[in-house]
Design a protein around this ligand. Structure first.
Ligand SMILES: *Cc1c(COP(=O)(O)O)cnc(C)c1O
Length: 366
């Protein structure tokens, strides 16, 4: 046996949703991708891209790109970090803010499953804070436990529960918290909610807001995420990045990312469309007798009551797959094993989903 790092045996990597090879056969509602294409600008940009530019390394500090993002969110370029997807931004943040502190970080019991993966990678102890009965994040417990913690991380809106916390509540939370505790708020789905706390980073220098182009901007394939926060936090992220790889943003991603806000009207339009479809599908599911959470995201979290429907969530997932519809099922933790998570696709796709689901539930109703 080739001798590798003993640390490898302790890793539990994140398991991404399936990306099947015969993609065109499926209605893909399992990884919260956007069903609409990116702006036409991206098309034009790729068609006119100077291939000769690929000889060169991209600019290491990407000042102009960070300036473009900063000005859209009302901060300066110094307040913006950019990375190869927000997963990378989160990974660097865990390292920069928590590694080696010998203090536990606090994360929600149910949230983005990458957080515990990063924590284990960097030997950061974490405590999972129970959700409330209604699956919402209980900020009061976070506050109670915060005095001995090394940091706080959660997603807002949260995944996979789809629930949001309003900005007023978060502002009060940050006011009560020790300002020396780093807080990471992952706003991957915020554009589908519209109640961001990006504007609070000036007041709360311990707050890092993480964003992505993968969901609302229909650009999961370019791998681009960013973080907004005080320059002290942002500089620490560059320090970590430059200890791994100084060029995490490739030249094509760099060019596309710079152009995105030029066509913000288009992205707002597809986000509105998705929200409209979400509300319609949610109501149809409720009419079918299903419990569906009040989603602030581009997906629905649906409870399958196996007493009522004579079929459990896992088998609904499997039956949908037989019908060429991919949704996400989590067999752990226990608390969410009666749920399926369904990304909002185009209206036509969701109609087929509703029809097939209706068939599956009807068929097993005994
Ligand atoms: C999708 C998602 C991410 C990762 O986004 P990328 O930018 O594609 O890496 C991060 N956090 C949450 C909560 C997500 O759902």
């Amino acid at each position: 046996m080739i001798e590798l790092s003993p640390k490898l045996n302790t890793l539990t990597p994140y398991i991404p949703g399936e990306q099947p090879k015969n993609l065109e056969e499926f209605i893909k509602l399992n990884t919260n991708e956007n069903p609409y294409p990116p702006s036409k600008n991206v098309d034009n940009l790729l068609k006119t891209f100077e291939v000769d530019n690929l000889r060169l390394y991209p600019p290491p500090h990407l000042e102009d790109l960070r300036e473009v993002i900063g000005s859209f969110y009302g901060v300066s370029g110094e307040n913006v970090f950019v990375g190869n997807g927000s997963d990378e931004v989160l990974g660097f943040s865990f390292f920069a803010f928590f590694y080696g502190k010998k203090k536990k970080i606090l994360i929600p019991e149910i949230s983005y499953s990458f957080y515990p993966v990063f924590a284990r990678l960097f030997d950061i102890e974490f405590e999972e804070i129970p959700l409330r009965e209604d699956f919402s994040i209980d900020l009061d417990i976070f506050l109670e436990k915060s005095s001995i913690c090394g940091g706080i991380v959660f997603a807002n809106p949260n995944a996979p529960t789809s629930l949001g916390i309003d900005s007023k509540r978060l502002e009060a939370f940050l006011e009560s918290l020790d300002p020396n505790i780093p807080v990471i708020v992952d706003e991957a789905y915020m554009d589908f909610y519209g109640d961001s706390i990006v504007n609070l980073v000036k007041r709360f220098k311990n707050l890092l807001v993480v964003r992505t182009f993968s969901k609302s901007f229909a650009l999961a394939g370019i791998r681009f995420g960013f973080a907004i926060g005080d320059s002290f936090l942002i500089d620490s992220l560059f320090k970590v990045r430059d200890s791994f790889n100084s060029y995490t943003i490739n030249m094509l991603t760099y060019e596309i990312a710079k152009s995105v806000f030029e066509d913000i009207d288009y992205y707002n339009e597809i986000v509105s469309k998705i929200i409209k479809t979400r509300e319609r599908v949610k109501n149809s599911l409720k009419e079918m007798g299903l419990e569906v959470f009040d989603s602030k995201t581009n997906f629905l979290f649906i409870r399958i009551d196996k007493e009522k429907f004579n079929i459990d969530a896992e088998n609904v997932y499997l039956k949908l797959k037989e019908n060429k519809i991919l949704v996400r099922y989590f067999n752990s933790p226990e608390k969410i094993k009666d749920f399926i998570r369904v990304t909002i696709g185009k209206d036509e796709e969701m109609d087929i989903f509703l029809e097939k689901l209706g068939g599956i539930l009807g068929a097993f109703k005994g």
